[in-house]
Design a protein. Structure first.
Length: 591
């Protein structure tokens, strides 16, 4: 069962053991034959590894009996050498094939997680905190990757070695298996203790890392505000508290590990003592030779490394299992999301956007942010939404664009319920916070339209008035922008976002204060860019600048989640109501 992380209901869910196993089986589909090849190489390599201890035992017997020759020892040595070389080669090939197989699975897992995160509700991710998602995409994926690189080959190789070595002990004399009776209960108790105490500790450690990442990212992303309001000490304290919480859980994890390793050392001591006592009694009773006892001891000593490897990597595997559950939890967000139906065709006279009695709240225990909002946007019409801060304008824009799901009411796009739309059919939302992707500028634009040719890219840039400055960049449209490249101003970044909009060419656009950064000499440039990008399209525009609202076909005034006025700019100014007050204040500000 997929559940939310304990103690933080807003965090992204963590998958249960059943979901994780089912997902792993799904990943293995079509790869079972490759797994069998890996098993074959590792099994044969482990079997050949038994030849060396058996050969040493035979050498002891050869040296102690009458008639043994140096030639016998040389032949045994040659067999041991050849077996060691071939066994090492087969084991190496098996480990390489194993790593290749499981690295393929990891790559697929990573792709599924990123895909699910990109398809998840923006509101869901924001409520959980970006630190939670980032830690899963970095810390947790890294933990699983390390476990695959170290743990899977070790477990695969060691499992076959242990099984075949136990068979070898039985072949020498079944009574040597008494060591298994002595050692296995100690290992089982150690493993039981570890499996009972380790998983919750590792889950808590991963959650603490996510919380720390949340505070670090918040401080970095809001660095300007941190400096402006003197919040350095408060942010530092939060990061410090989060870091010490990680340390606290990491120390608990180390304590669990040390208790586990102490029990493993006890098992090794008991096993060696048992072999010595059993060998002594069997040799005295003339039931086995000294060489057989030597081989039995070497077999058991040979078990130290594989048993230690298996039990030691259990530590890595437990941590990786906790991380895998967190990764699958994100993937399941996509799988468990409400299924979107197939949009049904409607007649061309349907409104481009129809909002009917829409209600929305961020917190189930809080009041409605939108209270029965109803509005329409006709095909080709631009409707501006204005109002004071906190009126619910951005909330309305997000719900209309499919970012959040309404508590009640309906949103229809072209006569089709928004809930049945997906991907390219959804309205395009452009906000004042835009992102410039790292890489060539033309590739940034083609994120919206992968098939766009050079002419289409240039036309889009010309439409929003950006071609002039783009053509003067060091490499033109191929100039590296974003992180590590050419840094762009807020206005130029917004022009690129509007150029993406032109390339995507959606029928309905939602602008959420997309020109809010244009409070400088570039204000008119950005407003003209937005107007050109919206030409011929239906648009709902949250207007930060009332000059933009004045050019809209209709204006809606939103206050406290309710529509209080609606009409053209001229009608509302003449009415002398709330919009007229806002316009008067805006006009004085412009003077």
């Amino acid at each position: 069962m997929t559940t939310a992380t304990a103690g933080s209901p807003a965090t992204l869910p963590v998958a249960g053991a059943g979901e994780v196993l089912a997902h792993v089986r799904g990943l293995m589909a079509g790869r079972w034959r490759r797994l069998l090849v890996v098993v074959a190489f590792l099994a044969v390599g482990a079997a050949l590894g038994l030849v060396a201890p058996w050969g040493f035992g035979r050498i002891v017997d050869t040296a102690g009996r009458t008639g043994g020759t140096a030639g016998d020892v040389v032949r045994l040595g040659a067999v041991m050498a050849v077996s060691a070389v071939v066994g090492a080669l087969l084991t190496g090939v098996g480990v390489a094939l194993s790593a290749q197989l499981f690295e393929d699975l990891l790559a697929k897992l990573r792709e599924q997680m990123i895909g699910a995160a990109l398809h998840s509700s923006q509101a869901r991710v924001e409520h959980a905190g970006t630190g939670d998602l980032v830690s899963r995409a970095t810390d947790d994926v890294g933990e699983v990757s390390e476990a695959i690189a170290r743990g899977v080959p070790a477990v695969s190789r060691s499992t076959f070695t242990i099984l075949l070595t136990v068979i070898g002990l039985a072949a020498l004399d079944w009574r040597f298996l008494v060591v298994v009776v002595v050692v296995v209960p100690v290992h089982a108790l150690a493993l039981r203790m570890y499996l009972r105490t380790a998983p919750p500790v590792y889950r808590a450690e991963r959650a603490a890392m996510a919380d720390r990442a949340h505070h670090v990212l918040g401080g970095i992303r809001g660095l300007a505000s941190v400096h402006a309001f003197g919040l350095e000490a408060r942010i530092r304290d939060r990061i410090s508290i989060g870091s010490w919480e990680v340390v606290r859980w990491s120390m608990r994890a180390r304590i669990v590990q040390n208790r586990f390793f102490g029990r493993l050392n006890l098992a090794e001591f008991l096993g060696m003592s048992t072999i010595l006592v059993a060998g002594l009694l069997l040799v005295r009773a003339d039931l086995v030779t000294i060489g057989a006892t030597t081989a039995a001891m070497l077999f058991f000593l040979r078990l130290f490394d594989p048993i230690s490897q298996v039990l030691l990597v259990i530590d890595d595997l437990q941590s990786a299992a906790a991380s895998l559950a967190r990764i699958v939890g994100v993937i399941d967000l996509d799988r468990t999301a409400p299924a979107r139906g197939t949009p049904v065709a409607t007649d061309a006279s349907a409104a481009a956007l129809a909002v009917r009695d829409l209600r929305y709240r961020y917190d189930p225990d809080a009041g409605d942010v939108l209270r029965g909002v109803s509005l329409t946007v006709e095909p080709g019409e631009t409707v501006a939404v204005v109002g004071s801060s906190g009126a619910g304008k951005s909330t309305l824009a997000g719900v209309v664009a499919g970012v959040g799901s309404p508590c009640a009411g309906r949103v229809e796009v072209g006569g089709v319920d928004l809930e049945s739309l997906a991907g390219a059919d959804l309205p395009v939302l452009v906000t004042q916070d835009v992102h410039v992707f790292a890489g060539p500028l033309d590739e940034d634009l083609r994120m919206a339209a992968p098939g766009a040719d050079d002419a289409a890219v240039r036309s889009a840039l010309e439409t929003v008035g950006a071609w002039d400055w783009v053509s003067r960049l060091p490499s033109g449209v191929e100039t590296e922008v974003g992180a590590g490249g050419q840094q762009l101003s807020a206005v130029r970044s917004q022009q690129l976002a509007l150029a993406r909009l032109v390339l995507k060419d959606p029928p309905l656009v939602v602008l959420d204060e997309a020109t809010a950064d244009a409070d400088s000499a570039d204000a008119d440039v950005l407003e003209r860019a937005a107007e050109a990008a919206l030409h011929g399209r239906s648009a709902l525009v949250v207007a930060h600048r009332l000059s933009q609202a004045a050019r809209a076909d209709r204006v809606i005034v939103l206050e406290h989640g309710d529509i209080v006025e609606e009409g053209t700019h001229a009608e509302l100014v003449a009415a002398g109501g709330r919009y007229a007050q806002l316009w008067e204040a805006w006009a004085k500000h412009r003077e």
